[in-house]
Design a protein around this ligand. Structure first.
Ligand SMILES: [Zn+2]
Ligand SMILES: [Zn+2]
Length: 820
């Protein structure tokens, strides 16, 4: 047995083991091992933002606890790591850094800048993941921006196209005018904004009358194609079928009836514009109304806006209001607090634009998504409703094309002459149609030899929603189905609607199977003020700061113990501090144990009689083992960490070690056999604690294991030692009950010393214990010398009778009297 340094230096220990584990290659997934059952974690490749925040700490701690636990359980664990590189926010960042817009430079140049920025960000995030001590198999590292990954994304598209899941269509889509691209429903955030409700008079044709319409978006008046009222609304139904004149542009439209109009909202008369919002889209489809497109891709009014052409949306709104006022058609303006859809990357107000786009038929899978989501195991269970509700709420198919640069190209061309669509062959990918022609001689339809490349690219989710298959080795490994579906897909509560959903529809469509068997959900990290942690709220704490100050093991305890799995978890410095204090306690008790175990030759077999207190702590340790294993199986990490900390701190350190240390120091008084029994127990229970803690706080437990146990146990690392099997034969209810009584008496005596302002090792002349029954008296008598030794009592006298005076030992019928 080796000694431990005096001071617990977490930075040194953590760095050391992170390096050694990597050298030992214990995190490598063994692709050739057919004996051990594989366990695959579908690590969601993060979007490199350059910043590892406390939410990431929470995610990765969960992933890593599962990985380490399953490894100890004997599984061949695949814990891969990729980077989801493409995306709008990187493009926006490059535009800011280079002070350009993406269309100002050649796409190649722009792409290179994006790649350089991504590499910088990856390096920063990777640094933090390493510092957290995650047991990732780094040989699996991949980047979705690499052509080799394009190959997978493009192949999945080609296959789904052949299966009939992909189509092109001119449909209204969410559009960010700032980013000039289509975005999916999942990329639209909602924000409260202060707007205005404008009451505008629309003249009725051929009469002197008008109808009043309230709108928050007067800039869409040039795109008004109809006016709607509720057919039940007695105020207005007489106008149905009549013609009304759209002010400012002076074009006539029909007044139509629709039960969907809420007579109590606004004035009860609604203008339908193409497109002011999603409701307009529904109305236009239902009534087959014409479409007037008034916006350009970059958010300006186009030629259909007449005199307002060229203005931005805001300028047009102002100009139209002024014109309405001048024409006497503006009745009033009221302030309006409204919820508006904004681009989740740049926070620009999202518009709805009709564009030719690529879509994946996702809505037809909704029933299958629901069925499959019900078969998946969710931690916690109630989270599955989030996926099902989201799938059911979708109005539109998934728009998978984007008008961006830094993304996977869509492997498609069009014949220049006849427009025929040429889909890439499965063998051509990866391919960039902008740089290469299709590998055919001529258009199969008209024989032309000229082709136009598809310039649109894929939504980033097209890359990252095939990871369950990719991690398993698809399409290259013939036996990839061995690792598919993934055993667990871990995800944040905020991305169930994207990640869990897109994974589900892509894999269902591609392979007809669920991509994951279980889904582990983590909540959000809140600031110390209980609000969502955010820089703008000034409650933000940067993860590197926490890791530098307290180290990984303490931080991981915060993540594991901060709250129930799936619930939001507040970040509080005292929680991390508590984690560190626990580690210091474990460090100190291990050092102390090394002293007490001097000369002890570890043995698995018990060759001497275990004493009541030895049996007591061993029985408790078995119970703990069972509770922790149960919690780990259910991903209740907070339960596991609390159980272990309570056991270690209180039962093991405060009671057991205190109670036996006198025996260990003075074998001549108690006898060598009792010392050996206590040494065996100490050695065994501490090992159990280290094993149970190993998935949560891997570094410190490894350091102690290497000093105290490696030589005897023989595992290269605690991380690959087998998870302790719960041994119910060692559990003994009577032993536990009796031990608890003895601990309560000792605790009472300690309290008495404290009340008398005496130190804990103050000598006591006599302790008279009134046991209340002959049975209890026998129990106490059997550990009399432990009580005496621990509490420095010269004489302990045990009486079977009950006495009402003296100190009561609650909740027992026992009392005692002390003479100092
Ligand atoms: Zn945007
Ligand atoms: Zn052709």
């Amino acid at each position: 047995m080796q000694s431990l340094p005096k001071k617990y230096n977490f930075a040194e220990i953590e760095r050391k083991w992170q390096q050694k584990w990597e050298e030992m290659e214990i995190y490598r997934f063994d692709w050739n091992d057919t004996n051990r059952t594989p366990y695959t974690i579908d690590t969601p490749p993060p979007y490199p933002s350059g910043e590892f925040h406390m939410g990431n700490i929470l995610n990765w701690t969960y992933f890593d606890i599962v990985a380490r636990y399953k490894r100890m359980r004997g599984f061949n664990v695949l814990f891969p790591q990729g980077w989801d590189c493409h995306g709008l926010s990187i493009e926006i960042q490059v535009e800011k850094e280079q002070k350009i817009r993406k269309r100002d430079v050649p796409p190649d140049q722009f792409r290179r800048w994006c790649e350089q920025l991504i590499e910088r960000y990856i390096a920063l995030m990777k640094g933090s993941i390493l510092k957290l001590g995650c047991s990732i198999d780094w040989t699996t590292e991949y980047r979705t921006m690499d052509p080799d990954y394009w190959r997978r994304t493009q192949l999945s598209f080609v296959l789904l196209h052949k299966k009939g899941f992909m189509y092109q269509g001119t449909h209204p889509v969410n559009w960010c005018p700032r980013c000039e691209t289509a975005i999916a429903d999942a990329e639209v955030d909602y924000e409260k904004r202060q707007g205005a409700l404008n009451y505008i008079r629309f003249p009725l044709e051929g009469t002197g009358e008008h109808l009043l319409i309230a709108t928050s978006r007067p800039e869409f008046i040039p795109a008004c194609v109809a006016v709607e009222v509720n057919p039940e609304d007695a105020r207005f139904n007489k106008y149905i079928g009549k013609t009304i004149v759209v002010p400012v542009v002076n074009h006539p439209v029909k007044i139509i009836a629709d039960e969907a109009v809420d007579p109590s909202f606004g004035t009860g008369v609604v203008m339908i514009c193409t497109y002011g919002d999603k409701e307009d889209v529904k109305t236009v489809m239902k009534h087959k109304l014409p479409v007037i497109k008034v916006l350009t891709d970059n958010g300006r009014i186009n030629e259909n806006g007449g005199k307002y052409a060229g203005l931005t949306i805001n300028q047009a709104r102002k100009a139209i209001i002024e014109d309405l006022e001048a024409a006497g058609l503006l009745e009033k303006i009221e302030p309006l607090s409204q919820e508006v859809g904004v681009c989740d990357r740049c926070k620009t107000h999202v518009e709805i634009l009709e564009h030719k786009q690529w879509f994946m038929k996702t809505r037809m899978l909704t029933d299958q998504v629901e069925k499959t989501a019900n078969e998946v195991v969710w931690y916690p269970d109630y989270m599955k409703a989030r996926l099902i509700d989201w799938a059911k709420s979708l109005d539109w198919d998934w728009v998978i094309s984007r008008q961006r640069v830094f993304a996977t190209p869509i492997p498609v061309w069009y014949c220049k002459k006849c427009g025929e669509l040429i889909l890439a062959d499965e063998k051509w990918v990866p391919i960039d149609p902008k740089l290469e022609n299709p590998r055919i001689d001529k258009c199969p339809k008209c024989g032309s030899t000229e082709f136009i490349p598809e310039r649109d690219v894929f939504d980033t989710w097209m890359d990252s929603s095939i990871t369950c298959a990719v991690h398993a080795g698809w399409p290259d490994r013939p036996d990839w189905k061995r690792l598919f579906p993934a055993d667990v897909h871990p995800s944040g509560i905020d991305i169930i609607r994207t990640w869990a959903y897109y994974l589900m529809v892509r894999h269902l469509a591609l392979f007809g199977e669920t991509p994951y068997k279980s889904c582990l959900i983590n909540g959000m990290v809140l600031g110390s003020d209980g609000r969502k942690m955010s820089k703008s709220l000034k409650n933000y704490v940067a993860a590197p700061e926490v890791l530098d100050k307290y180290g990984s093991d303490a931080t991981r305890q915060w993540a594991a113990g901060g709250g129930a799995t799936g619930s939001d978890i507040p970040f509080r410095w005292p929680d991390v501090e508590y984690g560190r204090r626990f580690l210091v306690k474990l460090w100190n008790v291990s050092k102390f144990a090394i002293n007490l175990l001097e000369g002890y030759a570890p043995s698995e077999k018990v060759e001497f009689e275990l004493q009541p207190l030895d049996k007591w702590i061993l029985s408790k340790a078995e119970k703990l083992t069972q509770k922790v294993a149960e919690a780990m199986e259910k991903c209740q990490f907070n339960v596991a960490v609390e159980e272990i900390r309570n056991f270690t701190w209180h039962l093991f350190c405060d009671y057991y070690i205190e109670a036996v240390k006198d025996k260990l120091y003075n074998p001549d008084v108690y006898g060598q056999a009792k010392k050996l029994a206590a040494q065996y127990t100490l050695y065994t229970v501490l090992y159990r604690i280290l094993q149970l803690l190993a998935p949560m706080t891997p570094h410190l437990t490894e350091e102690i294991y290497q000093a105290m146990y490696a030589e005897t146990k023989g595992f290269e690392s605690l991380q690959i030692s087998p998870w302790p099997e719960h041994n119910s034969a060692l559990e003994d209810e009577t032993v536990e009950k009796n031990g608890d009584l003895v601990m309560a008496i000792m605790s009472g005596v300690r309290q008495d010393k404290a009340e008398n302002k005496l130190p804990l090792n103050a000598p006591v002349k006599t302790l008279d214990v009134y046991a209340g029954s002959a049975e209890a008296a026998n129990v106490i008598t059997s550990v009399k010398e432990d009580i005496a030794g621990t509490l420095k009592i010269a004489e302990v006298r045990v009486h079977p009778e009950k006495r009402g005076d003296g100190k009561q030992v609650s909740p027992y019928d026992v009392s005692f009297q002390i003479e100092y």
